[in-house]
Design a protein around this ligand. Structure first.
Ligand SMILES: C[S@@+](CC[C@H](N)C(=O)[O-])C[C@H]1O[C@@H](n2cnc3c(N)ncnc32)[C@H](O)[C@@H]1O
Length: 458
């Protein structure tokens, strides 16, 4: 049990509830299966529903301090490249003769196929080795990708850009999958792949399952005969699905480490999560146990995981060059001025539009300051002078505070309009509601930034 601390049995606070019966049953079966694979649940974790995050994990009996192990899951419980490589039926679906070096698949897409494969086995014959795990997966997701058209029309460019990129990535990979397995029929039910089974809707669900639930894994530590899929895959295979372990929710106030360690018995490996630091010195039984998915800002949490954190310590707010152009066009004072196109060309050519953000503690990023200075403060437009200004001594920048304040105020008003437009829709999907609340959090962040950094403009 390591340094984990036993506490006297406590009662669950009223706000924490047990999962519904069917979910409880699936979890129970999953415990049994993982136990059969060597998982001992030494930290006595239970899945419960918490008010803020819904389903998450806690221990009903033990307290946790920094340095304690949260979970030790045998590597045999993971769905990794070794699982796929050792599944002959799955491999048989992917005929090596059809692999094309110009049309490779991401490993994430291949794991999504594996989930669809197992789901189909489960649905048709209850033959999947992962039935219990599949039953514990969410039925739907709340990423803005799943917003309906009327909601998408009320979202800002920054979000739409990411959704479009996700659509592109998903459909490119799905086309490749179709070209590999699309003409085949399932040998157990005769249905056609990518038409009747493995539909685009199934693929989207599986893709976001992998996106939001996989863990990082160094596959070299596992004995994987990486042969069949090697020439099909475009990138590395360093992710895995981790049944039960993937019930940990994320917090920005904890630090956790994850690594494959030789198991205590010396046979095989365990995937071990350790709580390195938490918001308080000791977590009591029934307190939700969080892990860190990384130092992620809210935009990333929203688009990849379908949630955001209030007052996320890793948050910042990014601007695009188009934001500055809109602001110029809509502001009476700035719209009447002329801006030499060389300046915008220079900014684009030197990628200065990258990393233009504001941060509540650090203020305005270097690139945002340079760009505001180049556009609004300096008269010359010859490349050599622009070079000297952009990459020379920062102290020579003229104060861009008024322009920064206008830009922030402009963004607040724009985001409020998006929120208003979403609220005017007769009904919001869950994705739409989460996106709306995220926009409100952005407004709160920018208002806080304004009150700390833009006082002079008010
Ligand atoms: C790895 S799963 C964690 C378990 C998940 N809550 C479940 O019941 O299956 C990641 C998903 O959990 C949710 N999640 C994680 N951390 C969260 C948090 N702090 N607040 C709200 N939802 C969170 C998001 O939906 C995310 O996509």
């Amino acid at each position: 049990m390591g340094r984990t601390h036993r506490s006297r049995q406590r009662r669950a606070p009223k706000s924490i509830t047990h999962p519904a019966d069917h979910e409880l049953h699936s979890l129970h079966v999953l415990y049994g299966q993982l136990n059969g694979l060597g998982w001992r649940n030494e930290t006595q974790l239970s899945a419960l529903h918490f008010p803020q995050t819904r389903r998450g994990l806690c221990s009903k009996r033990q307290g946790f301090r920094a340095g304690d192990e949260l979970i030790r899951l045998p590597a045999d419980c993971l769905i990794s490249i070794s699982t796929l490589e050792s599944d002959e039926k799955f491999k048989a679906l992917f005929n090596k003769d059809l692999f094309n070096k110009d049309e490779r698949l991401s490993f994430q897409a291949l794991v999504a196929c594996y989930l669809m494969h197992q789901q189909h086995l489960h649905d048709t014959s209850k033959q999947s080795a992962f039935s219990a795990y599949l039953d514990t997966l969410p039925r739907s997701y709340t990423m803005p990708y799943f917003c309906i058209k009327s909601e998408l029309q009320c979202l800002p460019e920054a979000l739409l850009e990411r959704i479009v990129a996700q659509h592109r990535q998903l459909s490119e990979n799905y086309q490749i999958i179709k070209s590999l397995v699309g003409t085949q029929q399932c040998e157990c039910c005769g249905l056609l792949y990518c038409e009747d089974i493995w539909t685009l809707a199934d693929y989207k669900h599986a893709y976001f399952t992998v996106n939001s639930r996989s863990v990082y894994l160094n596959p070299r530590l596992l004995k994987a005969e990486r042969s069949h899929f090697q020439s099909l895959l475009s990138g590395n295979t360093n992710l895995a699905l981790a049944p039960f372990l993937d019930l940990f929710n994320h917090s920005d106030s904890v630090q956790t480490t994850a690594e494959l360690q030789l198991s205590k018995s010396g046979k095989g490996h365990d995937y071990v999560l350790v709580m390195e630091a938490a918001a308080k010195p000791e977590l009591q039984p029934y307190e939700q146990l969080f892990i860190s998915y990384g130092a992620l800002p809210n935009l990333k949490l929203l688009t990849d995981y379908g949630f955001y954190l209030e007052r996320n310590t890793h948050d910042f707010f990014e601007f695009s060059l188009a934001d500055i152009e809109h602001f110029i066009a809509q502001n009476r004072k700035t719209s009447s001025q002329t801006y030499h196109r060389n300046i915008f060309k220079f900014i684009r050519e030197h990628n200065l539009y990258d990393q233009m953000f504001v941060h509540i503690d650090d203020g305005c990023s270097h690139n945002l300051r340079v760009v505001l200075h180049l556009i609004f403060k300096q008269q010359a437009y010859f490349p050599n002078i622009l070079n000297q200004i952009a990459f020379g001594d920062a102290v020579q920048f003229v104060d861009v505070q008024p322009e920064l304040s206008f830009l922030v105020a402009h963004k607040i008003s724009e985001y409020r309009d998006y929120v208003k437009a979403l609220n005017q829709l007769s009904q919001l999907t869950e994705s739409g509601a989460v996106a709306r609340d995220y926009l409100l959090e952005c407004v709160r962040y920018l208002r806080d930034f304004e009150s700390v950094h833009c006082q002079s403009s008010e």
